[in-house]
Structure formats: structure tokens, C-alpha cells
Design a protein around this ligand. Structure first.
Ligand code: CP
Ligand code: NVA
Length: 308
């Protein structure tokens, strides 16, 4: 069976835990090394990943490229608009062709159905590099960051502030798989995707919704936010107005646990979802989180290739 990573549930809780361990071990084994040097065992030597971007990206494209280099393989980056996809070649045919040419495909797109279509017709692993529905690779990096900073995942209280978006959906999904809880502080009308919430609850996670942002962060071990206007969304003015009370500032961080971590997948809109003094403050781990995209992606890739 080809292993696709369209959502965290494709791997499941045990594999996710294995990825976090693998990422920590590999990261520790290459401290001080040149960033492009391959890991000693080069487990993906000779393998090639094709990445297709229908949306902008800095972290995802660089981290996957570096991940492939560190695993001993290489990658090809394709802007969708400059491929035949941009001229109407079908996703199914693209999947068939790329499956003959490369060993795995990563796609960043809008409609989640597009990545499902790609996976349905690909005979090599397909990895979700963000869709409007979810961003699973980001959450592997986020969990790695949390664990690295000494927090155990079972029973962890994670507060999410702002918009009920794709990143939140993957956090909620991870909560169900790894046994932590999510306190969602979002304004009415911008709620989390109920499908992900329902599944996480059915797996035993406590997912609560709070209209009062202070209530959402009360007792939280981790405070997370993201842009209020995701790529492809319109109505920025109304969104920003509705979400301003949920801004993560020093006063709101003070309502969480004293040693709470602050996470943001980036890019940040400083002064909107989070203030400079939080992003650059002592509780922020956003730069570790960004670096961890490389280490997390390596483990996602190893899982997709059947090595974990
Ligand atoms: N966090 C994240 O996915 O960043 P990019 O949009 O830069 O890839
Ligand atoms: N929610 C954001 C994440 C960017 C990495 C978006 O979809 O634009």
C-alpha cells in the first residue's frame, strides 16, 4: 500500500509518536553540521521528491528541500502555474506522470479534494503541504517543538486563539491521536471545522470552545495562533475586526500558565494575531518551530517511504 500523508490520521498516533522520536534523534545527531550535509545513513539516497505549489510558501518549500538533502535525496520544486496543470492538464494525469518520474509528491493547494484526487491516482506517496482544510506537516513540527521544550503531550492543554483554520484542524486532529486537549478561543462565525472536532472528541480529546479569550488561555501550557486571513480568503477587514479581541499580547499570555510556550506557524502578521513583544518574547519558540519543519518533514518522509 502506498503511504499518503494527507492528514495526520493517515499515519495514526503510534506512527506520529515514532516520527517525533525519529526527528529528535536525527536532529541531535547532526548538531553543528553543515545544513546541507546528508545524515550518516542517508536513508533516502537516490530518492526524488517533486513539490507542487499552488500557493505561496517559504518554510514548507525550503524545509522539504533541505529535508530531502539531509536524507540523501533531492527535490524538484514546481510552481503549478508554470506546469501544464496551469493549462488544464488533469490532476489525475499529472499524478500518473509524476509517479513514473519521481519517488514522492508534495502538494500545496486550496481545495482538499485536489490532494485526494492526486493521491487516488498516484502510485508514489503524496504529502499534504497545506490545503484549505489542514496542514499536518506543520503540526508534526509544532509537537516536536513542544516536546523539545520539555512538555509531555498526554494531558497537555493547548489554547488556540483567532481563526478556526486549517492549522487548527490539524492541531485538533493531533489532540485526538496523542491525547491532549484543545481550548479554542475564536469569535462566532469563525469556528473550527466540526468534522475534525468530532473525530478528536470521539478519540477522547477534550475540545472546548470559548468566546472569551482569557477563558481560552486559562491554565494553558501552550498558546498558539495563526494569521487571521489565510491564503485565498477574502473579507480581511471584517475578519480582523472580529478577531482583534483574540490577539495574543502580553496581557493575554499572562493569563496562561507561567511557563506556557507561544507557537505560531508563521508567517506572522505582527500587530494583528500576535504582538511583537509576544513573538519576540521569552515564551516564544517560533524560531525553533520554524527550524523544526526540516526535522519534522524528514520523519514524515521516512514514514511515507515505509521506514518508520
Ligand atoms: N508555516 C508555513 O507553512 O509556512 P510557509 O507558508 O512559508 O510554507
Ligand atoms: N492558515 C495559513 C497558514 C500559512 C502557513 C494559511 O492557510 O494561509
Amino acid at each position: 500500500m502506498t503511504r499518503h500523508f494527507l492528514d495526520l490520521s493517515d499515519a495514526g498516533g503510534n506512527a506520529l509518536a515514532a516520527m517525533l522520536n525519529d526527528a529528535q534523534d536525527r536532529k541531535a545527531a547532526r548538531i553543528g553540521w553543515a545544513k546541507g550535509r546528508a545524515d550518516a545513513d542517508a536513508p533516502l539516497a537516490g530518492r526524488v521528491l517533486a513539490m507542487i505549489f499552488e500557493k505561496n510558501s517559504t518554510r514548507t518549500r525550503v524545509s522539504f528541500d533541505m529535508a530531502m538533502r539531509q536524507l540523501g535525496g533531492s527535490s524538484i520544486i514546481l510552481e503549478a502555474g508554470s506546469t501544464q496543470l496551469g493549462r488544464g492538464e488533469t490532476i489525475a494525469d499529472t499524478a500518473r506522470v509524476l509517479s513514473r518520474m519521481v519517488d514522492a509528491i508534495m502538494l500545496r493547494t486550496d481545495d482538499h479534494a485536489k490532494i485526494e484526487e492526486l493521491a487516488a491516482h498516484a502510485s508514489v506517496p503524496v504529502i499534504n503541504g497545506l490545503t484549505d482544510a489542514s496542514h499536518p506537516c506543520q503540526i508534526v513540527a509544532d509537537l516536536l517543538t513542544v516536546v523539545e521544550h520539555g512538555k509531555a503531550l498526554p494531558g497537555l492543554e493547548v489554547a488556540w486563539l483567532g481563526d478556526g483554520n486549517n492549522v487548527l484542524s490539524s492541531i485538533v486532529e493531533a489532540a485526538g491521536l496523542l491525547g491532549f486537549n484543545v481550548r479554542i478561543g475564536v469569535p462566532e462565525g469563525y469556528d473550527a471545522d466540526p468534522a475534525y472536532v468530532e473525530v478528536a472528541r470521539s478519540r477522547g480529546a477534550t475540545i472546548t470552545v470559548h468566546r472569551d479569550p482569557r477563558e481560552a488561555v486559562a491554565g494553558a501550557d501552550v498558546v498558539v495562533t495563526d494569521t487571521w486571513v489565510s491564503m485565498g480568503q477574502s473579507g480581511a477587514e471584517a475578519r480582523i475586526a472580529a478577531m482583534m479581541p483574540y490577539q495574543v499580547n502580553v496581557a493575554l499570555m499572562a493569563a496562561a500558565k507561567r511557563d506556557a510556550l507561544f507557537l505560531h506557524c508563521l508567517p506572522a502578521h505582527r500587530g494583528e494575531e500576535a504582538t511583537d513583544d509576544v513573538i519576540d518574547g521569552p515564551q516564544s519558540v517560533v524560531w525553533d518551530e520554524a527550524e523544526n519543519r526540516i526535522h519534522a518533514q524528514k520523519s514524515v518522509l521516512r514514514w511515507a517511504f515505509g521506514q518508520l
